[in-house]
Design a binder for this molecule. Structure first.
Ligand code: NAD
Length: 345
């Protein structure tokens, strides 16, 4: 009989890619999302069954966690549903209550039902946002080693919720033998993800701005642009998750990210180069930003980079694709989206 997988949040970016990969591998895939459909993919590509449901509701979670054939519990459950977005969503403070409440409700329900219905294994997507702010003040030397998580001091409520849920999944593992695998994602990017509307992340935002800006124009970067980050292309993220999910004994938490650290200005410059246009970067901060957007410029911590030592040690495998390759695929896809929205002559 086919193996079965449940992808929670499969109507979103990472979940869509995960569902597609699992289906290609021959899994019988059920996707659940609050969205009526995946924004960019036809359902037949990412799953066998697409269920529209609100995972904050325990009754919904009880139902969707039930075996596909009525008997055999799910082989693999991927918990990727969360109330999230880029800096413009997470760091302004305006969405804190929703972010904490919605994601915690989802995780509480999922941990409980996965354990009660005896699914074989659950993957939980935590985030690098749970690392302490004080270790990420130096853009050149951030510390995101797994063991640096405590004493805890995330810079956002989003990070605090992730930390709580990590601990809850580990507690279910300890007390009820729920098999869990927990990864801390560091900025995952690529095509078929949010690229406009306020919830998009930096790589998509830079690609969109470079695609929209006319030759000779200006591209706006929030803050000084000197803050550093690393970005992992979606295909390598999916591979890293599957390798981690399918090994025995190591629950994590472990980082899944790239170690190629760049400044946000460098990321913007990469998108500009891919556009082939002559575009100037304009950094916007302080009063000018506040006047334009109505809230202080959200930039997050000054430095963040994945530390892949532990992942490599446990899995004997590492991500290796250069950022530029992933940015090329992403720019090309976003450029198509931008063009499709422009009025035809
Ligand atoms: P996404 O926003 O594209 O996908 C999340 C999905 O969850 C969305 O489709 C959304 O509709 C769904 N969802 C939200 N609330 C729901 C609810 N109540 N019921 C059912 N579905 C609901 O985000 P993503 O980038 O695919 O991220 C997936 C996971 O990885 C999230 O847990 C996120 O916190 C984590 N993560 C992502 C990144 C990244 O760079 N993309 C980095 C760190 C952590």
């Amino acid at each position: 009989m086919e193996k079965t997988a449940l992808v929670l949040g499969g109507g979103g970016f990472i979940g869509g890619h995960m569902g597609k990969k699992l289906k290609e591998e021959g899994f019988d895939v059920r996707v659940v999302d609050i969205k009526p459909k995946h924004e960019f993919w036809d359902h037949t590509i990412i799953c066998d069954e697409y269920v529209v449901g609100d995972l904050r509701d325990p009754k919904v979670v009880e139902k969707i966690m039930a075996p596909i054939d009525g008997e055999k519990p799910f082989d693999e459950v991927y918990q990727l549903a969360a109330d999230m977005g880029g800096a413009g969503y997470i760091f302004t403070g305006e969405n804190d209550a929703n972010v904490m409440h919605n994601s915690a409700m989802i995780n509480l329900n999922v941990a409980y039902e996965a354990s009660r219905q005896k699914v074989k294994r659950v993957f939980y997507s935590s985030s690098a946002c749970m690392y302490p702010e004080h270790n990420q003040l130096d853009p050149d030397n951030p510390n995101c080693e797994e063991s640096s998580a405590y004493p805890a001091n995330p810079d956002s409520e989003y990070g605090w919720e992730k930390l709580f849920s990590e601990r809850m999944f580990l507690a279910f593992n300890r007390n009820y033998n729920l098999e869990v695998r927990i990864a801390r994602f560091h900025n995952i990017f690529g095509p078929m993800g949010t690229w406009t509307g306020g919830k998009e992340k930096a790589p998509a935002a830079m690609c969109r701005k470079a695609a929209e800006t006319p030759d000779g124009g200006e591209l706006e970067v929030w803050g000084t642009g000197q803050q550093t980050r690393s970005f992992l292309y979606i295909d390598e993220c999916v591979e890293a998750v599957l390798r981690f999910m399918r090994q025995e004994n190591f629950t994590g938490p472990v980082n899944i990210g790239s170690e190629e650290m760049v400044t946000i200005n460098e990321l913007a410059q990469m998108a500009i180069s891919l556009s082939g246009k002559d575009i100037r970067i304009k950094n916007i901060d302080g009063e000018e930003f506040l006047g334009k957007y109505g809230f202080p410029c959200p930039v997050g911590v000054m430095g963040r980079n994945s530390d892949n030592t532990l992942y490599h040690k446990k899995m004997d495998w590492s991500v290796s694709q250069p950022l530029k390759t992933g940015m090329k695929h992403t720019f090309e896809w976003i450029n198509e989206q931008v063009k499709a929205l422009q009025p035809q002559n």
